[in-house]
Design a protein around this ligand. Structure first.
Ligand code: DSN
Length: 429
C-alpha cells in the first residue's frame, strides 16, 4: 500500500484531478486564441512539478539567506546565462513572479514615489502596470499615458511631443493589444532626449524577438521586462533584462544607468519579493533552452505567418481590424461593422469552442467591460502545429458564428467542425 504522500492525484484528490482533466480536454478540443496564452512542453511541465518547489532561497546564486541551495544556485545560474545569451544582455534577473511584479520592480528600481511615468494607455493597447490609475503604477507614481493615432497606430512624433511636454522620468513601451512592429530605436531616442529611463515590456513579443520575428529593444531600452509564458512558451513567470555590471545585490546603489543590474536585483529582492519560485526558475531555464533552437525560430516566424493569414481571412469575411492588419502574433477586431459588441462576441465564440477576449479599440465609444472589439492571437494554435490553411478555416468559423448568431443549427455545425479540426492537432495525449 502506498503511503499518503505517494498517492497519485486522482486518488489523493479526485475533485482537483478531475478538474485538471477537464481543463486539459478543454484546451485540446477548443481553439484557444487569447494571444497571451500558449502550451508548454512536457519538459517544462515536469520541471514545474518538481521538488524544487520545496526550497527557500531568498537572495541570489552564491548569496542566499538559507542553506542548502547548492543545486538551486546552479538552476538559477543556468536560467540567467540562457536568458543573457538568448536576448544578448549582460544581466538577467529571473525571479519576478510574473509580469506585473516585474514592472513593479522596474518602477521601484528607477523611480521615487510620486515621480512621473508614461506608458501606452490601456484603452489603446497598453498594459495595466504602465500607469493605469487603479494600478500601483498610477497610484504611487504620477502617470501621463500616451495614446495611439485615430487609426490605432503608434505615432512616434506624438509620443515625442508628449514626452517633451510631460517630462516623465520613465517611459514604458510595449503593449498587450498592438498588432504592429514597435520602433524601439525611435523610442530609445525619445527617452534619451527626455532624459528618461526607457523600459520595454516585451511580454507579448518575447518569443518573436527570441526567434528573430520582431526587432529587439536591447540597445535602445535601459531595462527590458517580460513574462515567460506568452510567445516565449515557458511557465508563468517573468524576467528583467538589462546591461551593466552588477555589484553586490545586497548593498544599496546610486540610481544611475551604470547601476541598472544592481538596482533591478535589489528591487526584486529584498525590495518586493521573498523566496523565488525555484520550480518556475527551472521551467524558465528549460523554455529558454527550447527557445534557442532553430525549430523555435521557425515557430516564431510561423506565428506571424498564421496571424497574417487569419487577418486576411477575417478581412475577406468583412471584418475590420485596428490598423488594418498585423505584423505580429495578434490582431484587434473592430466589431462595429458587424453590429455586435465585444462581450457578446466573446460569449458567442465561447459557445462554439473559440476562446478569445473582449478588448477595447482605440478611442472606443463603449466601456472597458463591454467594449467594441475582440483580441485574437495565433501563438498557441501555432504550437499545436496549425498553419495558414487552418487559420483561413478559423476566420470562416468566426464569421459564421457572428453572422449566424441567431441560428442554433449553424452554430452547432461550426462547433462540430471545430472539434473535428482540434482532434487533428492534439498536443497533450
Ligand atoms: N493579461 C495579459 C494579456 O492577456 O495580455 C497581460 O498581462
Amino acid at each position: 500500500m502506498p503511503e499518503w504522500h505517494e498517492l497519485p492525484l486522482r486518488e489523493s484528490d479526485p475533485d482537483i484531478a478531475s478538474l485538471i482533466a477537464k481543463e486539459k480536454h478543454r484546451q485540446m478540443f477548443g481553439l484557444e486564441m487569447i494571444p497571451s496564452e500558449n502550451l508548454v512542453s512536457l519538459a517544462v511541465l515536469e520541471a514545474m512539478g518538481s521538488v524544487l518547489t520545496n526550497k527557500y532561497s531568498e537572495g541570489y546564486p552564491g548569496k542566499r539567506y538559507y542553506g542548502g541551495n547548492v543545486f538551486i544556485d546552479e538552476v538559477e545560474s543556468i536560467a540567467r546565462e540562457r536568458a543573457k545569451k538568448l536576448f544578448r544582455v549582460s544581466h538577467a534577473n529571473v525571479q519576478p513572479y510574473s509580469g506585473s511584479p516585474a514592472n513593479q520592480a522596474a518602477c521601484f528600481a528607477l523611480l521615487d514615489p510620486g515621480e512621473k511615468l508614461t506608458g501606452m494607455s490601456i484603452s489603446h493597447g497598453g498594459h495595466l502596470t504602465h500607469g493605469v490609475a487603479v494600478n500601483f503604477s498610477g497610484k504611487y507614481y504620477s502617470s501621463a499615458p500616451y495614446v495611439t493615432s485615430q487609426d490605432g497606430w503608434l505615432d512616434y512624433d506624438l509620443i515625442e511631443e508628449h514626452a517633451k511636454k510631460e517630462q516623465p522620468k520613465l517611459i514604458f513601451c510595449g503593449a498587450t493589444a498592438y498588432s504592429r512592429v514597435i520602433d524601439f530605436k525611435r523610442l530609445g531616442e525619445i527617452a534619451q532626449a527626455a532624459d528618461a529611463f526607457l523600459v520595454a515590456d516585451v511580454a507579448h513579443i518575447a518569443g518573436l524577438i527570441a526567434g528573430g520575428a520582431h526587432p529587439s529593444p536591447v540597445g535602445h531600452a535601459d531595462v527590458v521586462t517580460t513574462t515567460t509564458h506568452k510567445t516565449l512558451r515557458g511557465p508563468r513567470g517573468a524576467m528583467i533584462l538589462c546591461n551593466g555590471n552588477p555589484s553586490d545585490p545586497l548593498k544599496a546603489a546610486e540610481r544611475s544607468k551604470e547601476n541598472l543590474p544592481t538596482l533591478i536585483d535589489r528591487a526584486v529582492f529584498p525590495g518586493l519579493q521573498g523566496g523565488p519560485h525555484n520550480h518556475t526558475t527551472a521551467g524558465i531555464a528549460v523554455a529558454l533552452k527550447e527557445a534557442a533552437t532553430p525549430e523555435f525560430a521557425d515557430y516564431a516566424k510561423q506565428i506571424v505567418r498564421n496571424s497574417k493569414a487569419l487577418a486576411e481571412g477575417l478581412l475577406e469575411n468583412g471584418f475590420e481590424l485596428v490598423t488594418g492588419g498585423t505584423d505580429n502574433h495578434l490582431m484587434v477586431v473592430d466589431l462595429r461593422s458587424k453590429n455586435v459588441a465585444g462581450k457578446e462576441a466573446e460569449l458567442l465564440l465561447d459557445e462554439v469552442g473559440i476562446t478569445v477576449n473582449k478588448n477595447m479599440i482605440p478611442f472606443d465609444p463603449r466601456k472597458p467591460y463591454d467594449p467594441s472589439g475582440i483580441r485574437l492571437g495565433t501563438p498557441l494554435l501555432t504550437t499545436r502545429g496549425m498553419k495558414e490553411g487552418e487559420m483561413t478555416a478559423i476566420a470562416g468559423f468566426i464569421a459564421k458564428t457572428i453572422e449566424k448568431r441567431n441560428d442554433t443549427a449553424a452554430k452547432e455545425r461550426v462547433a462540430s467542425d471545430i472539434k473535428e479540426l482540434c482532434s487533428q492537432f492534439i498536443f497533450y495525449a
